[in-house]
Design a protein around this ligand. Structure first.
Ligand code: COA
Length: 330
């Protein structure tokens, strides 16, 4: 019996045109460009204009995908969107994307996994393709982090940017495409990175606004420590399970949260920096957008080519974590 596997056959990305530089932030909070560059690795990030939502970035990413890989969108049979900044509580961003793109006879849903959003959405899409019943699955990571960022909180507002990426998953033969993935949630991490307002626990009220409950709340130190430990653990686990080491990986794309988290993980895997994709300097942390946007950077820099062994990994709010191993197929 032949096994159906899933491969990524196309990529699209989008970041809004407006740039928020470190120099801009120096005028808004008590910080310096040097501090941000040294502690986090960011020079600038892109920020959506008011009224531009996660579904808009997602649609733009899909349109960008179509430019390099034209196909009939009506063939899409599933849309999975990783986001923690949906346009609204409901309907899901996947429904809004379906409507804006005019795709008939499809279905879809959102995946909420913080900065692991793209990895979780991808792994979900892969399983549908592997079932043999789905031939074209759109997997999107899209976040408008600026919509929940307190631009008076210097430990948070320097980190985040807005952006989206989309990939197309299609069936392929055994030995091609996505090889394996690992994932884990540890809900104790909820206390370190969360947005408390607007859900059923703290519905929106004057009080929740006054108490800044509709903004990102982050204990940066604890998030950092967990991310360094878990990023290494997940990447090692997926490699070991497949009898591989860091040496077998041609390209490593980690979620872009902090340059120091990425380099610490690469170090632990014994991976030279030439194989590691870092674009946090230009985009900041775009949550579910970082990995597909970094795939684009990898291709542009000639560091990700057809046949390469690609390892992606993320840690995010939840805590959530995951790593996926694949052959890059285009
Ligand atoms: N500019 C200048 N100083 C700042 C600052 C800023 N933008 N943000 C924080 N500081 C200050 C702190 O107030 C603190 O000052 P204090 O010692 O007087 O209290 C000092 O810098 C050190 O703070 P600390 O939290 O130890 O800094 P850090 O080196 O850990 O960096 C983060 C802070 C947020 C950049 C870092 O913890 C981080 O990247 N965490 C992970 C966040 C993340 O990845 N989130 C997304 C998860 S997917």
């Amino acid at each position: 019996m032949t096994t159906t596997r899933a491969k990524i056959t196309a990529l699209g990305t989008y970041v809004p045109p407006r740039v928020l530089s470190n120099a801009d932030l120096e005028k808004m909070v008590d910080t310096t460009s040097e501090w941000i560059l040294e502690r986090v690795g960011i020079r600038e990030r892109h920020i959506a204009d008011k009224g531009v939502a996660a579904s808009d970035l997602a649609v733009a990413a899909v349109k960008n995908l179509l430019e390099s890989h034209p196909f009939d969108l009506q063939e899409v049979d599933l849309i999975v969107v990783g986001t923690v900044t949906p346009d609204m509580m409901y309907p899901s961003t996947a429904c809004l994307v379906q409507h804006k793109l005019g795709i008939q006879n499809t279905w879809g849903f959102d995946v909420s996994a913080g900065c692991s959003g793209f990895v979780y959405a991808l792994n979900t899409g892969v399983k549908f393709v592997e079932s043999g019943q789905y031939k074209k699955v759109l997997v999107i990571g899209s976040d408008v982090n600026s919509s929940m960022t307190d631009y008076t909180d210097r430990a948070v507002c320097i980190i985040f940017g807005d952006g989206a990426g989309a990939v197309l998953l299609e069936p392929c033969a055994d030995g091609e495409g996505v090889i394996d993935h690992v994932a884990q949630v540890e809900g104790m991490g909820g206390q370190y990175l969360f947005m408390p307002g607007g859900g059923s626990l703290n519905p929106a009220s004057h009080e929740t606004v006054d108490q800044k409950m509709h903004y990102i709340h982050q204990d940066g130190k604890n998030v950092f420590k967990y991310a360094v430990k878990k990023m290494a653990e997940m990447t090692e686990r997926v490699l070991e399970r497949n009898k591989l080491t860091g040496k077998d990986v041609d390209c490593f794309i980690a979620h872009q949260a902090n340059r120091r988290i990425i380099t610490a993980t690469a170090d632990r895997l014994g991976m030279p920096l030439e194989k590691v994709i870092i674009n946090i300097d230009r985009f900041g942390n775009t949550t579910a957008g970082t990995i597909p946007i970094a795939m684009r950077t990898a291709i542009d820099e000639g560091k990700l080519r057809k046949g390469d062994m690609l390892l992606i990994a993320a840690v995010g709010a939840g805590f959530t974590s995951g790593a996926t191993l694949m052959r890059w197929e285009f």
